[in-house]
Design a protein around this ligand. Structure first.
Ligand code: HEM
Length: 140
């Protein structure tokens, strides 16, 4: 009897232990620096080939944009970075970015994440972190 109780308790501990094991943070799930850099490069490619929005980037220092976006995504997703760029409001003022522009960029981002086989749950987790920025980015 005691043996059965001990065995049941042991099984419970093992089961609970497994089900509560911490999930790696989103940063890791996106492939850490390598995965995030690939997402950013993929997004730059999408922007470059998207006639709806590419004009906004005509005068942009692309190497800075690339570095700042990678740093921001690393920071937001729980990675070991601290975003050091301008605020979203500062960097998007003067561009009059519309909802359609925003959607076009997000569409590109989703394409890239799908190409990189980021799971739907992780795509949604990243998009959910970006969504609140819309108000600071648009119509400035
Ligand atoms: C998911 C939403 C977005 C995020 C997270 C984001 C993030 C960023 C970051 C980190 C920078 C660099 C800031 C710096 O230089 O310090 C930046 C700049 C810029 N973003 Fe966005 N952005 C978003 C949406 C958009 C959209 C929808 C457009 C236009 C279609 C856009 C156009 C630009 C442009 C043109 C710059 C460069 C500004 C300059 O030349 O100084 N962004 N963005």
């Amino acid at each position: 009897m005691v043996k059965t109780v001990t065995l049941v308790s042991l099984c419970l501990v093992l089961l609970l232990g497994c089900s509560t094991a911490p999930q790696p943070v989103l940063y890791q799930r996106l492939g850490a620096d390598e995965g995030i850099n690939a997402i950013v490069d993929g997004l730059l490619f999408e922007i470059e080939h998207d006639d709806r929005i590419v004009h906004h980037f005509a005068d942009t220092d692309i190497s800075r944009f690339r570095a700042m976006l990678a740093e921001q995504l690393c920071d937001l997703s729980g990675g070991p970075c601290q975003y050091s760029g301008s605020t979203m409001q500062e960097s998007h003022t003067g561009f009059n970015i519309s909802l359609a522009d925003y959607d076009a960029l997000v569409e590109g981002l989703i394409k890239v994440m799908q190409r990189q086989q980021v799971s739907i749950a992780d795509q949604n987790a990243l998009l959910a972190l970006l969504a609140p920025m819309y108000k600071d980015i648009s119509y400035r």
